[in-house]
Design a protein around this ligand. Structure first.
Ligand SMILES: *[C@@H]1O[C@H](CO)[C@@H](O)[C@H](O)[C@H]1NC(C)=O
Ligand SMILES: *[C@@H]1O[C@H](CO)[C@@H](O)[C@H](O)[C@H]1NC(C)=O
Ligand SMILES: *[C@@H]1O[C@H](CO)[C@@H](O)[C@H](O)[C@H]1NC(C)=O
Ligand SMILES: *[C@@H]1O[C@H](CO)[C@@H](O)[C@H](O)[C@H]1NC(C)=O
Ligand SMILES: *[C@@H]1O[C@H](CO)[C@@H](O)[C@H](O)[C@H]1NC(C)=O
Ligand SMILES: *[C@@H]1O[C@H](CO)[C@@H](O)[C@H](O)[C@H]1NC(C)=O
Ligand SMILES: *[C@@H]1O[C@H](CO)[C@@H](O)[C@H](O)[C@H]1NC(C)=O
Ligand SMILES: *[C@@H]1O[C@H](CO)[C@@H](O)[C@H](O)[C@H]1NC(C)=O
Ligand SMILES: *[C@@H]1O[C@H](CO)[C@@H](O)[C@H](O)[C@H]1NC(C)=O
Length: 644
């Protein structure tokens, strides 16, 4: 046998040597179970501490669960831990197993607590704890809460892993060491069940400069997050483009305000409207938890809506609304949701549909978090706290013949009482237009606006998104075209059928309507920001996701939901009640949310945030719960999942 290597073998060996030389071994963290709760422990520790006698703690992979409690010289006694631990018990990430080791951290100056290495029983917990003292660091105290401690003193902040059983996320995220985010390597057993990791709320305190500290936030997957790929709901797009090099402006504002990003969330493709059944070819539409669990979650901020209505551990979701993409999911899932005034935040790093209509807003359950998020995202928003005393209703119910109209009318009556409203009028937009339309404008609003929306979105998205994508993809893939869902294709084809002049024509028509609406229907007011509020209803109709529907069509027409789109005014959804229906899925009576939309003059988003907070404090609006109904209830789909 020849001792020399053949040429191909030598080449292989050299390639291997090069590979090994280039190899870098890198931890992406790990998962473990504490009790029956799954956790992810990141690769990078929060900090390193010096503690003695770690050998007394149980560990797995060298990690021991411990609880950090800050104490001063005067309250560093086991007896004073009681009230601190009672607050811990309300946190979903901490659990009593973290008490096997308690790290008492000195806060403030002076001599820190000096503990004997003692095992002791803590008040209120059936657990023997080892109390250990850690080195003080007054300038940067370690936040109270659950940690994993390694033998060499590395202290990690774990994430609790929850199942995304509603299929609301595209990509779970884990925080990196320097405020960055990475794709989560963690998974859970279960069908269609990515694992979403959330940090303990105990680490964070919301302050004026960090109004969203620790707020667990999901981001619609059209917003760039540095280091991560953006999908726009399209597999070819996701595969083709490299990770974003920078955060989109809205994401950066949320991070600066202290928000914790837990994942990117599903969008219908390129943020075009899609129905669950056949339109969602590339990705499966998320599941709306309300009613029988098989109602369409609406689009395009579908993941944002389904997630906020399903998961109690998710506080806030960032969506976008061009033609109803926040309001639709908020209505059908009974959430607070806002289409803001147009232009309140720069949308650099966000996929466009039509820049003159695109807006960034939120879907959530808690109006105080909603307002804090709005304050962070929309810089310099005025916050009026004196409210309009005139209400205009638009296509509003006039009798209580259905539960839905009953709920809407009860809300209207309570709102009138709260505002001490002097006037409530019925807004008939057709009649108002006829009476005060600008000279030379068409006789009807449909005559002006029937094609305005589809022209704007198709002309803009083909130019800004499709054409560069197709060209770059073809150049790399031998002239091939990427797969695109039917709904965007129908809209884009409409754009292709029109002359270039159509875009300018549509922009002109939009401006004509906006100018007319903002000087005739909703005007600025120096005391109440907006001279009145316009109310309309949404939601409460069934839209089964297992029904065969017609192929997608071009969204022609003018309707109530287009007013804020063209007039650039804020349009917010509030849940006001529920209406029952006989489900063809469960053969049982189920309920769906009833919502009302409130519009105000442009720039009056802050007044609406304040008003809704006050209406909630007055008990006129209620915080919706996650689950089958806005009052809670188990989601049938959830049974049998791990990590709930
Ligand atoms: C001790 O007092 C400090 C300062 O008021 C407080 O921050 C800390 O949480 C207290 N710790 C305990 C164990 O009560
Ligand atoms: C406390 O723990 C012991 C041993 O683990 C167990 O036998 C006992 O039932 C527990 N008591 C309570 C009140 O949980
Ligand atoms: C102490 O504070 C410094 C700076 O504030 C920080 O770099 C270091 O990690 C801290 N150490 C501990 C043990 O918290
Ligand atoms: C109640 O209002 C609806 C329209 O909202 C109308 O169709 C119906 O006829 C009204 N019923 C009564 C009893 O007035
Ligand atoms: C609105 O006004 C028009 C006349 O301009 C009228 O034909 C129509 O019936 C009115 N709509 C409602 C709902 O009252
Ligand atoms: C809107 O435009 C479409 C396409 O041109 C047309 O088919 C439809 O009839 C128009 N509708 C109205 C109300 O003008
Ligand atoms: C703009 O308005 C005119 C009527 O003034 C109408 O004929 C045209 O179709 C509209 N175009 C678009 C794109 O909105
Ligand atoms: C639906 O439930 C009713 C009783 O509430 C029952 O009579 C009927 O057979 C059920 N239908 C089906 C298809 O199971
Ligand atoms: C007032 O009206 C103008 C024009 O409609 C708008 O741009 C502005 O933001 C409005 N709101 C406030 C609070 O000034």
């Amino acid at each position: 046998m020849s001792p020399s290597l053949s040429l191909p073998a030598l080449a292989l060996l050299l390639a291997l040597v090069r590979y090994v030389a280039a190899l870098t071994l890198r931890s992406t963290g790990g998962t473990l179970m504490l009790g029956d709760i799954p956790y992810y422990v990141p690769a990078t520790p929060y900090t390193t501490v010096s503690v003695r006698a770690l050998g007394r703690l149980q560990s797995v992979n060298g990690l021991s669960p411990v609880t950090v409690i800050g104490a001063t010289a005067s309250n560093a006694t086991v007896g004073s831990f009681g009230s601190i631990l009672a607050a811990f018990a309300t946190d979903d990430v901490w659990n009593p197993y973290f008490l096997q080791g308690v790290l008492v951290q000195q806060i403030g100056t002076g001599n820190g607590p000096s503990y004997p290495l003692a095992s002791t029983s803590l008040p209120g917990f059936n657990q023997t704890s080892v109390i250990l003292s850690v080195a003080s660091n007054a300038s940067a105290p370690i936040p109270n809460g659950p940690y994993f401690l390694s033998a060499n003193g590395a202290l990690y902040q774990p994430l609790r892993l929850y199942s995304d059983f509603a299929g609301a996320f595209t990509q779970p995220l884990v925080p990196g060491p320097d405020g960055s985010y990475a794709a989560s390597p963690a998974a859970l057993p279960g069908i269609q069940s990515p694992a979403i990791g959330v940090p303990s709320r105990l680490y964070y305190t919301r302050t004026a400069s960090k109004p969203l500290a620790g707020v667990r936030t999901g981001i619609k997957d059209i917003y760039d997050i540095a280091g991560l790929k953006t999908s726009d709901g399209n597999r070819a797009w996701y595969g083709f483009y490299p990770p974003a090099s920078a955060n989109s402006v809205p994401v950066q504002r949320l991070i600066d305000a202290g928000a914790i990003l837990v994942g990117k969330m599903k969008t219908s493709q390129f943020a075009n409207g899609e129905r669950a059944t056949a339109d969602w070819v590339d990705y499966h539409s998320p599941f709306n938890p309300r009613g029988d669990g098989y109602q369409d979650p609406s689009s395009s901020s579908s993941g944002a809506g389904a997630g906020a209505a399903t998961y109690p551990w998710l506080d806030l979701t960032l969506g976008s609304d061009t033609g109803g993409s926040i309001r639709g999911p908020s209505q059908v899932q009974g959430l607070f949701g806002n289409r803001p005034s147009h232009g309140l935040v720069d949308l650099t790093g966000v996929m466009p549909l039509a820049p003159e209509l695109d807006t960034a807003g939120f879907l959530c359950r808690d109006p105080s978090i909603w307002k804090a998020a709005g304050t962070a995202l929309y810089a310099d928003l005025p916050f009026y706290s004196t409210y309009p005393q005139t209400i205009q209703t638009l296509n509003f119910p006039t009798n209580t013949s259905t539960q839905a109209s009953g709920a809407a009318l009860i809300f209207l009556a309570k709102l009138q009482g709260f505002l001490r409203a002097k006037t409530t009028t019925t807004l008939n937009l057709t009649a108002s237009w006829t009476a005060s339309k600008p000279a030379g404008a068409p006789a009807t609003l449909a005559g002006l606006l029937n094609t305005t929306y589809p022209v704007l979105i198709s002309k803009q998205q083909t130019r800004l998104v499709r054409d560069p994508f197709y060209a770059a993809y073809a150049a790399v893939h031998d002239g091939r075209r990427p797969f695109v869902d039917p709904a965007p294709l129908v809209r884009w084809a409409y754009g292709d059928s029109l002359p270039e002049s159509a875009l300018e024509d549509a922009q002109t028509n939009k401006t004509i309507f906006m100018t007319w609406f903002n000087s005739n229907i909703l005007r600025n007011d120096s005391t109440t920001c907006s001279d009145s509020l316009v109310l309309y209803t949404g939601g409460s109709n069934t839209a089964y996701r297992n029904e065969y529907i017609q192929p997608p069509t071009v969204p022609f027409g003018f309707s109530t939901s287009r007013i804020s789109v063209f007039a650039e005014v804020p349009d917010v959804v509030v849940p006001v009640g529920q209406a029952s229906y006989q489900s063809t899925i469960t053969n049982h009576t189920e309920v769906l949310p009833v919502t009302v939309d409130l519009m105000a003059a442009k720039g009056c988003d802050g007044m609406l945030f304040n008003l809704i907070q006050d209406l909630t404090a007055a008990g006129i609006l209620e915080i919706p719960q996650t689950g089958q109904t806005i009052a809670g209830g188990e989601i049938l789909l959830k049974r049998g999942m791990v990590g709930l």
